[in-house]
Design a protein. Sequence first.
Length: 231
Amino acid sequence: MTHVPQATLSQDDLKTLVGRAALAYVVPGELVGVGTGSTVNKFIDALASIKDQIKGAVSSSEVSTERLKALGIAVFDCNDVIELAVYIDGADEIDGHGYMIKGGGAALTCEKIVAAQSRQFVCIADDSKLVQTLGKFPLPVEVIPMATQRILRQFAALGGQAQVRIKGGVPLVTDNGQHIVDVTGLQITDPLDFETRVSQWPGVVTVGVFAHQRANVCLLGTATGVKTLQF
Ligand code: 5RP
């Protein structure tokens, strides 16, 4: 555990701390997988300070790509890379096994792809994200629009309430041209089984449960510093 002086740390400070702490997992001379979100933005900003020591990044979203490039970090296409040493990303929830809910930033599909291509997933999060059981945060699911109503009914049958994510008065369109539904009212007690089952529903592009692509390490920002959880 890295200790910091006792002072009131805001959630933003905690994100900065874990973003910087993640630099220790970046392998010099290699590419790094980069996630999406406000915590990852802190990591990207920190990564700029060692950009000469890395080959570049593989990004999980247009917004992260833009930020990486603006800071002079080369971005490589996922298809041109066989394996990444490490993938650094945030989470909406993470449990004691490293299973996560992700997709609050609507980038879950590309995040899962880059995570699957990486030997190690390092999750960076403030301690408000640590939960006993996944499901309090509305579960994001990327869907093909023609399947939306059917998928809403399937979640209702599981006891959940699903709704289409709206942005600017219309359904949000992901980087992949699809929609997101957010599901509340679920208690995901078996994330591996849940991810396997929901991934098979016709029209589901990606479910925001990351169990098969769980975190191997979580750098958790706490009031007293960064706590490292190994799974
Ligand atoms: C984006 C994600 C993010 O990692 C997740 O939403 C956490 O974001 P933040 O760091 O802003 O809290 O999955 O699709």
